[in-house]
Design a protein around this ligand. Structure first.
Ligand code: MEV
Length: 448
């Protein structure tokens, strides 16, 4: 590591000057690094400018592959789902599950709620009054919160959303003198983070005035006003079902055995947190990929999903499976707070394309599509785990990554992929095959 002195005013430097400072101070081969960074700039300067302005201190772009899984039948409509992800196998797994369920009635999905929530967290302690007095005052003056947010909520109300409810909650059992105003929102097709936070800040200001005007209650200290990314009432459910006799999934295992083993695997994820985390990670492979492709916030989605998975005090599976008589049922329920307007949805060209591909869905429609992608991903993962094992398919997909790492030529890749058609892929076996191809010991001919 070179010795570097701290820089002041980095954000004010031009993009070129920022790059120059970075490559000179932190890279071994400045010219190579510079060319690489510039190589990822968009060829159209106006599109690059757009990207530059999404965040701060932008020097280049970070690409993720953008794949598509077609043939998703959801509530009798056919979708091609866009997925942005770096991990091999995820898109293939989604496409495989889509085809499997296409022949068995497709996926069903429904939105169970669209309510989002935020809080004004405040401190209050007054010797001359009780929490009941504070709650009375709050209820008495409630209209003032609607008046104070009238300007902010006007457009949202026109679209059918806005503030749904306000409650004063006594939290002193959890933290001394701690109270909150809990506000419920409907933000229609927008994720609504800015809208919610603006409303909460206006509500906090109004509440301070209300309490100080009352004179006998002292003052409240507002600690913070912020939305919650935990949205258990913004909930979606995706499901599949079929007759056990119709499973015929093709790996040689019988239909009843497959169904029993599948449901057992889900129950293991329900009772064993070590398995549940990996199980849910697989679900999030599907969910995050669509979240990212459609320009939504994957950090909020992840935080919320895992909090929901632990809502009853123990981390558990987000999917559920059951055999009912001669039927196999499999479903996912999770909260998803997403938007189809605002943010980068109308700015990022790839995000715009993803929305177009999905028929420019409303937030409710997109919630269903995303949940289905999660369920499909989990179906494929569990299906592989209980039949062939996960590595067979996974390593086949990973083979190209290994060959790219080894800088194999297109011709070499072709020979090696063909070679592994009926063999188990591993890193060492790939290196060995690659050496043989380079050395001429393995050719198209010797493979066949
Ligand atoms: C890999 O990214 C995801 C899986 O581990 C999920 C699972 O085990 O269910 C395959």
């Amino acid at each position: 590591m070179k010795e570097v002195t701290p820089i002041s005013g980095f954000s004010k430097l031009s993009k070129e000057a920022k790059m120059e400072w970075l490559i000179q101070n932190f890279t071994g081969e400045p010219d190579t690094a510079l060319n690489m960074l510039k190589g990822y700039w968009h060829q159209q300067p106006e599109v690059q400018k757009l990207h530059d302005e999404f965040i701060e201190n932008t020097i280049s772009n970070y690409y993720l592959p953008f794949g598509v899984a077609p043939n998703f039948l959801i509530n009798n409509e056919l979708y091609a789902i866009p997925l942005a992800i770096e991990e091999s196998s995820v898109v293939a797994a989604a496409a495989k599950a889509a085809n499997f369920w296409l022949e068995r009635g497709g996926f069903k999905a429904e939105v169970l709620g669209m309510t989002k929530v935020g809080h004004v967290h405040f401190i209050w302690n007054n010797d001359a009054a009780t929490a009941v007095d504070l709650i009375h005052l709050f209820e008495d003056k409630k209209q003032r919160f609607f008046d104070a947010t009238d300007d902010i909520t006007k457009n949202m109300r026109q679209r059918g959303g806005g503030i749904l409810a306000l409650d004063l909650v006594d939290k002193t059992h959890a933290e001394p003198d701690y109270y909150q105003i809990e506000v419920k929102f409907d933000t229609r097709d927008s994720m609504g983070a800015n809208f919610i936070n603006s409303c909460l800040e206006a509500i906090a200001k109004e509440w301070k005035s209300i309490v100080s005007e009352a004179q006998n209650l002292g003052d409240v200290t507002v600690v913070m006003s912020i939305l919650s990314n935990f949205t258990p009432e913004c909930l979606v459910r995706a499901s599949v079902s079929c007759k056990i006799d119709d499973i015929n999934e093709g790996s040689g295992i019988g239909n009843q055995e497959f169904a029993d083993k599948f449901v057992r695997a889900i129950r293991i994820a329900s009772v064993e947190p070590y398995r549940a985390v990996t199980h849910n990670k697989g679900i999030m492979n599907g969910i995050d990929s669509v979240i990212i492709a459609t320009g939504n916030d994957f950090r909020a989605t992840e935080a919320c999903a895992h909090a929901f998975a632990a809502k009853d005090g123990r981390y558990t599976s987000l999917t559920h499976g059951e055999i009912r008589g001669d039927e196999f049922h499999f479903w996912l329920e999770l909260p998803l707070s997403i938007g189809t307007v605002g943010g980068i949805t109308s700015l990022h060209p790839m995000v715009k394309f993803a929305h177009e591909l999905l028929g420019n869905p409303s937030a409710e429609e997109l919630m269903k599509i995303i949940a289905v992608a999660g369920l499909a991903q989990n179906f494929s993962a569990v299906r592989s785990l209980i039949t062939s094992g996960i590595q067979k398919g996974h390593m086949k997909m990973h083979l190209l990554n290994i060959l790219n790492q080894l800088e194999a030529t297109e011709e070499e890749k072709k020979i090696i992929v063909e070679y592994f058609k009926d063999k188990v892929v591993s890193y060492s076996a790939t290196v060995e095959a690659f050496s043989k191809v380079r050395g001429g010991a393995l050719s198209q001919k010797s493979n066949s």
